[in-house]
Every structure is written in C-alpha cells, then in structure tokens.
Design a protein around this ligand. Structure first.
Ligand code: ZN
Length: 230
C-alpha cells in the first residue's frame, strides 16, 4: 500500500510548502490544524482557501483528503504565558530564546497528530520543523523529531515516519522548493494566502506577502524572499 500522510498545516508559508511536498509524493494526504489562542489566529482562516487553491495546482484534487481541527482551548495560553499567545512584546529571553517560544508546543502537536494518524491509518506525519533558521526553538530540532518518532511509535505501537522536508533548508530554499513543486501558481498562492506574521497583520502587503514586516517571522520570510529572488 502506498504511503498516506497527515500534514501539520497551520496556514503559514512553511506548512503550505510541506503540504505541497506531501501532495506531490503521496496518494492520499490529510491535514491537521491547531487552535491554541495564538495571537496570529488569522492564520487559521487562511487554511481553507489555501487548501482550495492547492486542489487546482499539480493535479492534487484527488489526493487532498479531509482536514482535522484540534482546539486546544486556553491550555497552551494558560500554561505558557508567552508572546505567542499573550499580548506581550516579542523579545529575547535570558535563555537566549525568543519569548514566542511556547514550551512543548510542537511535542503536543505531534502527539495529537499521531493520534489522528493512528485513527485514520496514515503512516507518514509531515511537519515544517526546521533547524536551519529556527530561532533556536528546541522543539524544531532534528534530534527532537527523531526522539518523538521513537516515543510515538513505542507509545502507539505503530511505524509512523516523521517527515520534515524543511529541516535542513533555509527560507530562501523554502521559496525555491515551492517553485519546484507547484511553479508560479504555488508561489503566488503562498504570497497571497499564507500567513506568517506573529502579530496577525493582514493589511500591509509586501512583495513576499502580508505582515507587519518587522516581527521575527516577517523578517525571516522577507529575507528569504529577497535571497531567493536575488
Ligand atoms: Zn510580522
């Protein structure tokens, strides 16, 4: 049986590129998103239009399966008290991490995703975690993903594969990957429809898409775009 995949799909540039990567590779692809009172919750509203756009690119209509939403409610916001979920200015912490780091977030997401993949019979779990320009988030590291794969497989008695296509590429290469996977139409979809800005800004349009232009997420996305466009 060909592999079937579940993609952690937030509505951002990285996870949209991962979704296209999975659609180009697997026979059947489902998506999962998480609501956790993120201050950029506007990204969740981007998910359905992006999915609709991707159906018209690359002959992926028959490949794209159902979407799953997991509402984590106040849990992460209540525990975390970070700039990702609260109205706190984005800054560096004493630990050398941006205060947008939500402790354990990706570990939780992968655990929920694996539970859905278990129920749906999907073997490959695809995420946009990246160690290349990852702001130091420890739950984006390749070693963390390998450890999670082992833990999930032991804990659920399955043979899940955690696939992280962006792990070793930077944001410029992420744009290039999207171009390879879906050409100008996919790049245009990512520019117009995906959301990256931590502050949830969808008013200011730049050549790389919408955002405040100055938060760490916008700066990464913009710098990658400029390097890719040369
Ligand atoms: Zn921003």
């Amino acid at each position: 049986m060909a592999d079937q995949a579940l993609v952690l799909f937030s509505g951002g540039q990285d996870s949209t590129t991962c979704l296209a990567w999975a659609l180009a590779r697997f026979d059947h692809v489902e998506t999962v998103g998480f609501a956790y009172r993120q201050r950029h919750a506007v990204e969740l509203e981007c998910r359905a239009p992006i999915r609709a756009s991707l159906q018209d690119i690359g002959g992926w209509r028959a490949t794209l399966g159902p979407d799953h939403m997991v509402d984590l409610g106040e849990t992460l916001a209540a525990i975390g008290d970070t700039a990702m979920t609260g109205d706190i200015e984005i800054a560096m912490t004493e630990a050398g991490l941006p205060n947008t780091f939500v402790p354990g977030r990706n570990l939780l997401f992968l655990t929920y995703a694996a539970a859905i993949a278990y129920r749906r019979g999907l073997r490959v779990i695809v995420g946009g975690m990246c160690e290349t320009d990852f702001s130091g988030y420890p739950d984006c590291r390749d070693d963390t993903m390998k450890a999670m794969q082992l833990a999930l497989n032991l804990g659920m008695n399955r043979r899940f594969v955690l696939a992280m296509p962006l792990m070793w590429i930077d944001k410029a290469e992420t744009w290039a990957l999207a171009d390879r996977l879906g050409g100008a139409r996919l790049v245009e979809t990512i520019v117009e429809r995906t959301h990256t800005c931590y502050l949830g800004n969808r008013h200011d349009r730049h050549d790389w898409g919408y955002g405040c232009g100055t938060c760490p997420a916008c700066e990464l996305r913009a710098a990658g775009w400029r390097r890719w466009r040369g």
